[in-house]
Design a protein around this ligand. Structure first.
Ligand SMILES: Nc1ncnc2[nH]cnc12
Ligand SMILES: [Zn+2]
Length: 338
């Protein structure tokens, strides 16, 4: 068989772990219309095709505007359940074994949807995914960095009534001019509660936001982090500490962080020995799910089996999965690669 076809089959079948997925970013246009109809809402777009034609982004903010607008159809526990299960049903086909998904509680609280409703629907979707597909998961509560730290702290206090339903906190939304330092108290409070800590940094924002997320917030993983290549000292530090980066290649392309996939910093980060993982971010908006991301990378860089095995191991190790689940995933990977 042709080498590139062989590699494509190999990559499609790899057991996968997704560590950077906004569940609201898995809201497909068809589901937006179905939920709007169920909830008696009228959308700004006449049909799916018209909505899809608006999916052309110039930067992070232009995407976020549509993303927050579309998620207004999420009102009931059932809506969050349907969204969550639709994501898992889709990635079961990509051989995803484990996922750690973000949700943006402040965006839903703003239109009166209680955190209890959001979490109940997401949790039920996760449980059903385990039952139907054997996919394990954890939920990460993400603070919106373009809102105040007071709002993040209030949201966390409300969410702590459901402490057992999420494993950690993250930081997302518009990065420019919203440095990690703004959230020192919110992350300290989360740490006090034994929550795991991650943050988006160095996506659109400067590389020193990555250092600040590590030093000021004490995060364990950096989401994106692709601009670390602008600082050789930071790259060495990330490699030395073994800090995982959850990189989202198609997202970076769609939000114009890189002009073309061939310009992506992924090979430079791997070369530097950084623990990179590959993920989809907002798959309904950025041209696809896990396998689409993996194959777009392969088309640009033509990696060999060794690099794919390294990326897969990194994701298992960087996950917050229980040790026994990590062992199962390592075993599945070992059986697959032979
Ligand atoms: N790529 C991204 N960056 C920051 N915030 C987000 N929220 C959803 N997707 C995001
Ligand atoms: Zn993200």
């Amino acid at each position: 068989m042709d080498w590139s076809l062989f590699m494509e089959e190999f990559i499609r079948g790899l057991p996968k772990v997704e560590l950077h997925l906004h569940i609201e970013g898995a809201l497909e246009p068809e589901l937006i219309f179905a939920l709007a109809e169920r909830n008696g809402m009228t959308l700004d777009f006449p049909d799916v095709a018209a909505l899809k034609s608006a999916y052309a982004f110039s930067d992070l903010q232009s995407f976020l505007d549509l993303y927050y607008s579309n998620m207004q159809v999420l009102l009931t526990e059932e809506d969050f359940f349907d969204l969550t299960l639709s994501y898992f049903a889709r990635v079961a086909r990509d051989n995803v074994m484990h996922c750690e998904l973000f949700f943006d509680p402040q965006a839903h609280l703003a239109r009166g949807v209680p955190i209890a409703t959001q979490l109940a629907g997401i949790e039920r979707g996760c449980q059903e995914a385990l039952r139907r597909f054997g996919i394990t998961s954890h939920v990460i509560l993400s603070f919106l960095r373009d809102m105040s730290e007071e709002s993040a702290l209030e949201t966390l206090e409300v969410a702590l009534a459901h402490r057992h339903r999420f494993i950690g906190v993250g930081l997302d939304s518009a990065e420019r001019d919203h440095p990690p330092e703004k959230f020192v108290r919110a992350f300290a409070r989360a740490r006090q509660e034994g929550l795991r800590l991650v943050a988006h940094a160095g996506e659109e924002g400067p590389h020193h936001y990555i250092s600040a997320a590590l030093d000021e917030l004490g995060v364990e993983r950096i989401d994106h982090g692709v601009r670390c290549v602008e600082s050789p000292a930071l790259m060495s530090l990330l490699a030395e500490r073994g800090t995982p980066l959850t990189v989202c290649p198609l997202s970076n392309l769609y939000l114009k962080v890189f002009g073309q996939m061939s310009e992506h910093s992924l090979p430079r980060m791997l070369e530097a020995g950084i623990k990179v993982t590959l993920n989809s971010d907002d798959p309904a908006y950025f041209g696809g799910y896990m396998n689409d991301n993996f194959l777009a990378v392969q088309e640009a860089f033509g990696f060999g089996r060794g690099t794919w095995i390294e990326l897969s191991r990194n994701a298992i190790e960087a996950s917050f999965a229980e040790p026994t689940r990590k062992r199962e995933m390592h075993d599945a990977l070992s059986r697959y690669v032979g």
